[in-house]
Design a protein around this ligand. Sequence first.
Ligand code: KIV
Length: 320
Amino acid sequence: MHPWAEINFKIIKPFNFDLLVILNTAGSFVRWTEKENLVSRSTVPSIREQKVVHGSKPLVMVTAYDAPGARMVDEAGVDMILVGDSLAMVVLGYEDTLQVTVDDIAHHTAAVARTKPSALVVADLPWLSYHISVEETVNNAAKLIRAGAHAVKLEGGRNRIPMIEALLSAEIPVMGHLGLTPQSINAMGGFKVQARDTKGALDLVSAAKALEHAGCFSIVLEGVPFQVASMVTSSVDIPTIGIGAGSDCDGQVLVLHDLLGFEKRIIPRFVRSYAQFHLDGVSALREFVNDVKTGSFPSKGESYCLSSETSDELGLYGAI
Ligand code: KIV
């Protein structure tokens, strides 16, 4: 019999976190443990083997850049949290992703990691942090790992192989990113769908194979025709995670702020919007503004009160 079959669990909530009290079948106390220690965690090896063709369910990755965002996406059951360099555009207000630094990503990775999610935390290596030398690449990736990431993601194909090999020999797992690579916005002439012709499609398949061969544990495929994403997915034995790459990938990734509607803006065709946080937020804030202006906030119940003795001592008769 499996040892766990002999025990019962009881959840108590003494403070903010769950404790599992483990009882034996007779109901006697065995030991307690923090619930999080028993939650199964995504790991690089567990993600690496999740190919849909082998019967796995599609993987889900969502970005997060802070503790509340990370708690939300983790509670929803994602497999991976990406601290993406989209941070630049969706949180820091820049026009493209080229403006964020390793320190920016490390700062936000640490906030995500402090929530101790069950999901695997992947941090983006920002532009120019892995282009100059293998030493710089490893040192920059190490900052993200020390901030709490379990793996790093970088953009590009064959030209990144020496950096990927150096990272792997420093025991840093690497996720690749091919297709529309936002850090190449200037070279690509804008955010444009890639691999639309035969050469582009075959080059993409070959780049994906090179990344797999170099040791990447998965590859993001962004902004490519779904047929090309499908070709890539069936050409490699590591999971492909699509964004704007159709349904034949081994998983999907979206930016948290896009899928929750944090901004009032036109969203790209590949985003499905699941909430209207901006509209809901503005309307809630309008109510707050109105409540303050009209004096209905705060009420007595939303205020602290002196004891009647102190109130009397202060001569505040009838003020309660
Ligand atoms: O930075 C990011 O959010 C990304 C995803 C779009 C894949 O790289």
